[in-house]
Design a protein around this ligand. Structure first.
Ligand SMILES: Cc1cc2nc3c(=O)[nH]c(=O)nc-3n(C[C@H](O)[C@H](O)[C@H](O)COP(=O)(O)OP(=O)(O)OC[C@H]3O[C@@H](n4cnc5c(N)ncnc54)[C@H](O)[C@@H]3O)c2cc1C
Length: 377
């Protein structure tokens, strides 16, 4: 039987960030990933936005990890030449009756420690973004964009240089507790391998609830079950990319699963709309983009960005949010927990790591390292 001290399941941005951080302190780290390279699921199917931390209720993990993670991310990007741009963002009210919600977001952001937000009126909005329509806006200068592939590459390189082992094409299929810690059963091609480990870190994204279940947790009782919510993107004709300089978001609707279809720019200056929100009634990872949604994207964008015509839109990618709340349910926070109280000492679950997971990755890695520190001296 092979041995590890710490076994991390999943090589998305979260598993990799944790591997990089832990490897500075610990040996015997193995990362298990079912695909043949890192970031093949949600971590490469997102908006690549470094969020400021505006939307999340005060004192939640989402708020704290986002605000802390954002600063850490800018710092690591600068130090390691990871491409990023702090281009800023506008949340735009297109009707007067959205202004109270904008003011609430302003206050919420301030409560979370986002101290550079500014409420601006229609005239100021026209000055900084002449092509955007709106009656008022919330300006967040510290929002940015990042090359998430390069970030993940850095995390993997750091972990490997410090001795961590990456095991690709390896799928965790079962986990059993024993006196030593855990025996993790892994399928690698046609072989089944058993790995003994003291600590299991479950950063398996869309399947993190299943991994928790394999570990012996009643995921219904503890409310750990995930619900898939798809988000599709449409790309905008390149000739329209120069019309805006900042990310442009609508005011989010209460209880909506996402932030509303918004306009993001990538590091090449290319403009995209999305993601929309559609809860799936199965667990298929279907990343196709439904071309019939073009009309909906057009009308969502048209209110704020009148320079976009329907013919400018092309289907792009889709991602799937691993959501803890069902459709219409209230806010749920990230679950980042060591499970001693469930009789599973050394089992650390990270479940429901949807947005702002990318922004939060370094803060989550530090937090998780703290949880491991209580287990391995
Ligand atoms: C549409 C969309 C837009 C988003 N936009 C943003 C944004 O702009 N900014 C932001 O901060 N966040 C954003 N997010 C959130 C962010 O993308 C995620 O929080 C983050 O990528 C989650 O990373 P992860 O490592 O937890 O999951 P993943 O990237 O899904 O990685 C999990 C890994 O675990 C592996 N795995 C699962 N089960 C097993 C198994 N049994 N054995 C072995 N391996 C396994 C998978 O193959 C996968 O590689 C967005 C998310 C979506 C869906």
């Amino acid at each position: 039987m092979d041995e590890a001290d710490i076994l991390i399941i999943g090589a998305g941005v979260i598993g990799l960030a944790i591997a990089a951080e832990l490897s500075k302190k610990y040996k015997g780290i193995v990362v298990i990933e079912r695909h043949n390279s890192f970031g093949q699921e949600t971590s490469s199917r997102n908006s690549e936005v470094i969020h400021a931390g505006i939307y999340y209720p005060k004192d939640t993990l989402k708020a704290k990890m986002c605000v802390e993670g954002r600063s850490l991310l800018y710092e690591i990007c600068q130090k390691n030449n990871i491409p990023f741009k702090k281009i800023g963002k506008l949340i735009v009210a297109s009707e007067k009756d959205e202004i109270p919600a904008l003011e609430e977001l302003f206050q919420r952001g301030k409560d979370n420690g986002v101290d550079d937000l500014r409420l601006i009126d229609a005239a100021d909005l026209k000055k900084i973004e002449p092509s955007v329509n709106g009656v008022a806006a919330l300006h967040s200068p510290s929002t940015g964009i990042i090359n998430s592939h390069k970030l993940m590459q850095l995390f993997q390189d750091t972990a490997q240089n410090n001795g961590a082992i990456m095991s690709y094409v390896s799928e965790v299929i079962d986990i059993k507790k024993n006196v030593y810690g855990y025996i993790v059963m892994v399928r690698n091609n046609n072989e089944t391998i058993f790995l003994n480990t003291k600590v299991v870190i479950n950063s398996a994204g869309l399947d993190s609830d299943r991994i928790a279940e394999m570990g012996g947790i009643d995921i219904e009782h503890f409310n750990y079950r995930l619900h898939y919510c798809k988000g599709q993107y449409f790309r905008v004709n390149h000739s329209k990319s120069h019309f805006i300089k900042r990310l442009v978001y609508p005011v989010p609707k209460p209880k909506s699963a996402g932030l509303g279809v918004h306009a993001t720019l990538d590091l090449c200056g290319s403009l995209r709309l999305g993601p929309d929100e559609k809860y799936l009634n199965n667990r298929n990872k279907d990343y196709s983009v439904d071309s019939s949604q073009k009309n909906n994207f057009y009308s969502a964008a048209n209110r704020l960005l009148p320079f976009i015509n329907k013919d400018d839109l092309y289907e792009d990618i889709a991602g799937i949010r691993p959501k803890l709340q069902r459709e219409g349910e209230d806010f749920r926070d990230f679950i980042i927990q060591e499970e001693t109280d469930k009789g599973l000492t050394g089992f650390i679950n990270l479940i429901g790591i949807e947005s702002p997971g990318l922004t939060s990755s370094l803060a989550i890695a530090k937090y998780s390292t703290g949880l491991v520190g209580n287990l391995i001296k």
